[in-house]
Design a protein around this ligand. Structure first.
Ligand code: GAL
Length: 418
């Protein structure tokens, strides 16, 4: 009780101290990797589900592949105690959040939690509005390493101010916590969130779907994989070590998108240097899903230390080429077939001219984007990262058949001249 009273007195005075207006630097120097409960379990979460996910992250090899955060999303809260401290739902989390955090840490993983900038979360649980410093202190005492803050029920609030308040509260609480903003891209967080947090959602909620045409046409706010992908164009200049654009969590392994689409989804998120938050049931993963999520060469593209977000250098509508500059003058290229049929492509790397064919007949498509600055003017080795094969150098032109909604990801390594 006395400890709680002292905390409360400190909390009341903190907002007046200016020296805490900063985020924790040195965190999320590469895009955060982990698992979040929302995409698969929604509000139906329990202590057991979260512990199972932590166990599976270790046992399935995901931890070894670099995944580290286990994040509980909405619906873990039940209310506040008489002094305003947030309480977990005792039925779903009978051992308490602190004990769950300890369990996750004992597995060598990090622990993440969810709150909302409004008075209530989207799932109608208590939000942090008016309790920012108190909640930050609680999270810090529990051993939280990652905080996602949502944007429901925030009528009249200013996004930058609301998120900055929690940033300051976290900083004051003293425990380094990765701060993940989730205001759905409504207030262009990419323009201001670098000073506030470590990642910011740029879209509405991803749906377990390839393409929701209504979302594309602006008729609803939640899109599928390619809807969220297309919203990243132009945001590449804002991402950097310590701040990442977040096109939302992964739907790989959730049983709707096809194998090709899952490979494309994962590869494109890696090209974008997106946070890699898996959203499937880690305890029940088929081998195909596991192989995608643990492809170390594709993950290395996402985690590359230069921290550049990839972008489109060619856009023919249904065929696109993404480019990501990597450390040591290396680069990754992702060839993306959005057609519902196979296509054959031929690329001359020195001119970046592409020939596209369907059933061996050339198809002429308008080039909507053609970024000339990327023309390769020297010879590189090329490696196919899904086939895990070296395929020669850029001297030779490249031809390949790409399946519908699938990708080919190539890594270009410089040939060191003696
Ligand atoms: C949404 C958010 C989702 C999930 C959900 C929980 O606003 O974008 O990722 O957190 O709320 O209610």
């Amino acid at each position: 009780m006395i400890k709680h009273c002292i905390s409360l007195i400190i909390i009341l005075f903190i907002p007046f101290l200016k020296s805490y207006c900063q985020k924790f630097e040195g965190l999320a120097l590469t895009p955060p990797m982990g698992w979040n409960s929302w995409n698969k379990f929604g509000c139906n979460i329990t202590e057991k589900i979260i512990k199972d996910a932590a166990n599976a992250m270790v046992n399935s090899g995901l931890k070894n592949a670099g995944y580290e955060y286990i994040v509980i999303d909405d619906c873990w809260q039940s209310g506040r105690d008489s002094m305003g401290f947030i309480m977990e739902d005792p039925k779903r989390f009978p051992s308490g959040i602190k004990s769950l955090a300890d369990y996750i840490h004992s597995k060598g993983l990090k622990f993440g939690i969810y709150t909302c900038a409004g008075r209530f979360t989207c799932g109608k649980r208590p939000g942090s509005r008016g309790y920012e410093f108190q909640d930050a202190l609680t999270y810090s005492n529990w051993g939280v390493d990652f905080l996602k803050m949502d944007w429901c029920n925030t009528e009249g609030q200013n996004a930058k101010e609301s998120y900055s308040l929690m940033r300051d509260a976290l900083y004051h609480a003293g425990r380094p916590i990765v701060f993940s903003l989730c205001e759905w891209g409504l207030n262009k967080p990419w323009e201001w969130a670098q000073e506030v947090g470590h990642m910011a959602r740029t879209t509405g909620d991803i749906q377990n779907n390839w393409n929701i045409v209504d979302a594309k046409e602006g008729k609803c706010w939640a899109g599928g994989v390619v809807v969220n992908l297309d919203m990243q164009q132009g945001l590449e200049m804002y991402a950097r070590p310590g701040y990442w654009n977040d096109p939302d969590m992964l739907e790989v392994g959730n049983g709707i998108i096809t194998e090709n689409e899952s490979r494309a989804h994962f590869s494109l998120w890696c090209m974008l240097a997106a946070p890699l938050m898996t959203g499937n049931d880690l305890s029940n993963m088929d081998n195909f899903t596991k192989n995608i999520l643990t492809n170390s060469e594709i993950i290395a593209i996402d985690q590359d230390g230069l921290g550049r977000q990839g972008y489109k250098i060619k856009d023919y509508g249904e065929f696109e080429i993404y480019y990501k500059l990597l450390e040591n003058d290396e680069a990754a290229i992702c060839l993306f077939n959005r057609f519902d049929e196979n296509i054959q492509i031929e690329i001359n790397w020195s001119t970046m001219n592409c020939r596209l064919m369907k059933d061996k007949k050339i198809i002429n498509l308008t080039e909507k984007i053609n970024r000339k600055e990327i023309i390769f003017n020297q010879e590189y080795f090329i490696r196919d990262l899904w086939k895990k094969e070296n395929i020669g150098t850029t001297k030779k032109s490249f031809s390949k058949t790409i399946q519908p909604h699938d990708v080919v990801v190539l890594k270009f390594t410089t040939i060191k001249k003696k």
